[in-house]
Design a binder for this molecule. Structure first.
Ligand code: ATP
Ligand code: MG
Ligand code: FE
Length: 343
């Protein structure tokens, strides 16, 4: 069975094609992504209207490229991200996927973007045991309990304010590192001392929810530090601030992820989302998982950011588990809950 997945929830237009094999593995046949990230750089963040227009321009050519790369005329099923995401951006991918499904008379699957970030790991690492997933991107920070990819996911915790990737972008901007700032901040941090400044670890107190996150206090603490330097006429040590900030984020994320594995009694942790490209988050996750006897699964960076392959992979698991196709009349769900795998 060959599944085509379409993704347009944020600033990436993605079309991926995978083959579901009878042994429960999936094979990647095509992975085409057109990103509008450069168009957002001058605004310092993703502009929804700009993203929607870029999707409109990119969707059909990206679809064509994916089918050519996979060497297929048409798949056996069409899947699309129905939510969560930017309302206008989602509409473009959903309209296109519905049109193809209708024209080709194929089953249509409207699936959850967040489940896709977890499912994509099976491409590289095979069938997934019950696990905890830590998703960190520009729009999301979630700790999830995933008993089975064909079944609903349970949310253990999420951010109460900023997403982790968003915090990276805002702090990078404050330090004059450009947008998207995450990768630049990672590079700057490599030259700095992660213990130079004791930035706060949000929501790690005894009375805080065990699995929720907060990054806005950390972001404010960085801003205060920069302001104080300016007031006192001391130059800001960008590398030290970047390293200390990155250490605080990586510390909280990995500490809570390992704790969630213990609380749910699983020994596998899956990372996903664009911010897991961060070198310190990866290194600390490896270190702490090794110490706690937890198997760490991290897809390669290209599959951690938004793409169509993850949507095709999740749909393949749902189809194999017997999920019924979605109606072609289903509406986009910008605020979709992670608990729902598909409509
Ligand atoms: P969504 O939230 O819907 O998944 P998105 O476009 O915000 O969409 P991704 O494309 O998955 O998310 O990831 C982009 C985010 O990852 C940005 O916030 C970016 O700064 C961050 N990021 C990427 N590389 C790194 C890195 N090395 N260190 C820290 N953050 C990074
Ligand atoms: Mg993106
Ligand atoms: Fe995403």
């Amino acid at each position: 069975m060959i599944v085509m997945g379409v993704e347009s929830s944020c600033d990436e237009t993605g079309v991926g094609i995978v083959r579901w094999n009878d042994d429960g593995t999936t094979t990647l046949l095509a992975d085409e992504v057109a990103s509008s990230v450069d168009e957002h750089a001058r605004y310092g963040g993703v502009v929804p209207e700009v993203a929607s227009r870029a999707h409109l321009e990119a969707i059909v050519p990206t679809m064509r490229r994916a089918r050519a790369a996979a060497g297929i005329d048409r798949p056996d099923a069409v899947a699309v991200t129905i939510g969560p995401g930017l309302a206008g951006a989602l509409l473009v991918g959903v309209a296109a996927a519905k049109a193809y499904a209708a024209a080709w008379d194929l089953p249509f699957y409207a699936v959850n973007h967040l489940g896709g970030h977890v499912a994509v790991d099976t491409l590289e690492h095979g069938p997934m045991p019950p696990c905890v997933a830590l998703l960190v991107s520009g729009g999301h920070t979630h700790l999830l309990s995933v008993p089975d990819l064909g079944a609903p996911i349970v949310e253990l915790g999420t951010t109460v304010d900023d997403a982790a990737g968003e915090a990276f972008d805002k702090v990078a901007r404050l330090l004059g590192l450009g947008f998207p700032g995450g990768p630049a901040l990672d590079v700057a941090a490599a030259q700095g001392d992660p213990t130079a400044i004791a930035f706060p670890r949000g929501m790690t107190g005894p009375r805080d929810a065990r699995h929720d996150f907060s990054f806005s206090g950390l972001k404010t603490a960085v801003a205060r530090h920069v302001e104080r330097c300016e007031r006192e006429g001391v130059p800001v040590n960008v590398a030290d601030v970047a390293a200390s900030f990155q250490e605080a984020v990586a510390d909280v994320l990995t500490m809570k992820a390992v704790r969630a594995c213990g609380d749910t009694g699983v020994d596998t942790l899956v990372l996903g989302g664009g911010a897991t490209a961060n070198s310190r988050i990866r290194a600390l996750a490896e270190e702490r998982c090794a110490a706690a006897d937890i198997t760490l699964r991290v897809p390669r960076p290209r599959l951690c950011t938004d793409n169509g392959v993850m949507i095709a992979t999740l749909a393949a698991h749902l189809i194999a588990a017997g999920a019924p196709p979605s109606e072609l009349t289903v509406a986009t769900d910008p605020g979709m809950s992670v608990q729902v795998s598909s409509y």
